[in-house]
Write a protein that binds this ligand. Structure first.
Ligand SMILES: Cc1cc2nc3c(=O)[nH]c(=O)nc-3n(C[C@H](O)[C@H](O)[C@H](O)COP(=O)(O)O)c2cc1C
Length: 346
């Protein structure tokens, strides 16, 4: 890929290269894929109200998440099975994130182990599914602590797997789960693994239990209402991550960007708010920040970039997002992240 100008360039290039089954796994959503499309469409419907004459000569994109400095308020969302996209797998994306000074979230379902990913350095968080086997779940938490992960991202929108029809037709690709090698069957499909590894019985009590096992701060990912955001904080969450799993779980959910304000208002500063879903432009990041998110995460775009050129591809994609964000902030009259305000978005 010669001269990528935006994230869609990586997408086009990756689409032409990937095996149809892997592409279906990457791009697919649940049922009619209403939510999948809505995530991107909602960003495109937003209109901006810029402020002028505000000296934007030195844009400052720095921020913090959970008390740690980041160079840009953008992060890499947890996505499973990077070996399907590039031989360097998760290490490539984690290294690109570390170089860019942004957080990388490793998936429970990663293709290489969380310890191997840790070699990338940088700010890393561990995404966790509370599994049927609580001993194994607790062991994963302890391994994450030992390997220097700074937060747990507990995904709560996946008590069961969504019905992804592209996968049902083509079959989800055979996968291996390096974090779970004591129980996962080599080459198991995602659907089969999910039935054993994801626990449909989990409740808020399990969040309390998880909290009792570690002093790591935790983030609940997959919250879509102000009511659940409030409960998350009452159960000790340090942050709430507004997500609909990229439209892969419950279909007919609203776009994530349209739920950010409700969650921000419900929390009233009690916890940080993050968002992912359909972010394809630095301008989308600016909109998320203006509506009150503290960090905006990317899922599929990272996998497209990884497919194109491993670590270099992801690094290039992150540079583009950063440049687009800096440009958007300057034109909005917001030299610093804190200058982005809700009144700028309609
Ligand atoms: C191929 C793929 C695998 C994913 N795997 C996980 C996972 O293991 N754990 C998780 O919490 N979310 C997972 N997600 C959801 C992402 O973290 C994120 O919520 C979503 O991709 C954001 O939307 P976007 O792809 O439009 O950026 C996955 C998404 C994709 C596309």
């Amino acid at each position: 890929l010669d001269n990528p100008v935006n994230l869609y360039d990586f997408q086009t290039h990756a689409r032409a290269r990937l095996d149809p089954q892997v592409l279906a796994y990457l791009e697919g959503g649940a049922l009619d894929e209403v939510t999948l499309h809505e995530n991107e469409q909602a960003f495109l419907r937003k209109r901006l109200r810029p402020r002028v004459l505000r000296d934007v000569s030195t844009p400052d994109l720095t921020s913090t998440v959970l008390g740690r400095s980041i160079a840009v308020p953008v992060g890499i969302a947890p996505t499973a099975q990077h070996h399907l996209f590039h031989a360097d797998a998760e290490l490539a994306a984690a290294r690109a994130a570390a170089s860019a000074g942004i957080p990388f979230v490793g998936s429970t379902m990663s293709s290489i182990s969380l310890e191997e990913i840790a070699q990338a350095g940088g700010l890393r968080w561990m995404q966790l599914y509370i599994q049927q086997d609580r001993v194994l779940t607790e062991k994963l938490v302890q391994r994450a602590v030992a390997a220097g992960y700074k937060a747990l991202v507990v995904t709560v929108d996946t008590p069961v797997l969504g019905r992804r029809e592209r996968d049902l037709r083509l079959g989800s690709p055979r996968q291996t789960y390096a974090n779970l090698d004591d129980i996962s069957a080599e080459g198991e499909t995602l659907a089969d693994a999910a039935k054993r590894l994801i626990d449909p019985r989990i409740t808020w009590d399990d969040i309390d239990w998880l909290r009792s096992t570690t002093s790591l701060p935790f983030v609940l990912k997959g919250i879509m209402t102000g009511a659940d955001a409030s409960l998350a904080v009452e159960h000790g969450a340090a942050a709430v991550w507004v997500s609909n799993h990229g439209g892969r779980q419950l279909d007919r959910l609203p776009a994530t960007i349209d739920m950010v304000a409700e969650v921000v208002d419900a929390l009233a500063g009690r916890a940080e708010v993050y968002v992912d879903g359909g972010v394809r432009r630095g301008l989308d990041v600016a909109i998320g920040l203006a509506l009150g998110a503290r960090c905006v995460f990317l899922g599929r775009p990272i996998l497209y970039a990884l497919t194109c050129d491993g670590e270099r591809g992801v690094a290039a994609a992150l540079r583009i997002i950063e440049a687009e964000l800096a440009n958007a902030m300057a034109l909005l009259g917001a030299p610093r992240v804190a200058d982005l305000e809700r009144s700028m978005v309609v």
